[in-house]
Design a protein around this ligand. Structure first.
Ligand code: S3P
Length: 182
């Protein structure tokens, strides 16, 4: 199976969906940020602080190429991954890219809760964060819209929604069901 790349803005649900699709379909899951952190023994925040965004984007590109070599894998990219270097074209040439299209209110509420580990938004208040998301989406949409498929990322708020959304994804992509989850 070609790798599946989940792309979309921070908080769109890439990691939650990827982890659950992996569990239900019995394929491997890589969260690109965690993969980078494991390989570099440093958090994304620390890498941004030590090397600047440009340094982080170089690492991200290298690690994307490494992760994309694995078989039977679903990869949750970072929100910025498709928007730097030739990453989007590379992912489209290697496998199936899926843009998780999640509404602004959902992105905003998820990111208010989870902003501290994300260096680009860690110090923003509610209003600043909303404006930041709107602007970033405008800039990033030309990259995200190159994805081969679009998938709605709104319904991932509780266990039940997550399972239903993962099953919907599995059926859309015609993935097999894991023996244990049949
Ligand atoms: C970023 C998104 C983050 C992480 C880094 C930069 C971005 O990943 O790679 O903080 O530029 O949108 P998530 O989308 O998994 O939060």
């Amino acid at each position: 199976m070609q790798p599946i790349f989940l792309i979309g803005y921070m908080g769109c649900g890439k990691s939650t969906l990827g982890r659950n699709v992996s569990r239900i379909a019995g394929i491997d899951f890589i969260d690109l940020d965690s993969y980078i952190e494991g390989r570099y023994h440093a958090s994304v925040r620390e890498l941004f602080a030590a090397r600047g965004e440009e340094g982080f984007r170089d690492i991200e590109r290298r690690m994307l190429h490494e992760a994309a070599e694995f078989e039977n894998v679903i990869i949750a990219c970072g929100g910025g991954t498709p928007c730097f270097h030739d990453n989007m074209d590379y992912m489209n040439s290697r496998g199936v890219t899926v843009f998780m299209n999640t509404s602004l209110p959902k992105l905003h509420s998820r990111l208010m809760r989870g902003r501290y580990k994300r260096p680009l938004i860690a110090d923003k208040n509610e209003e600043e964060l909303r404006e930041f998301i709107v602007k970033a989406l405008e800039q990033r949409m030309p990259f995200y819209s190159k994805a081969k498929m679009v998938f709605d990322g709104d319904l991932l708020e509780n266990e039940c929604e997550v399972s239903e959304t993962a099953l919907r994804f599995i059926s859309l992509l015609n993935l097999p069901l894991n023996e244990n989850s049949k």
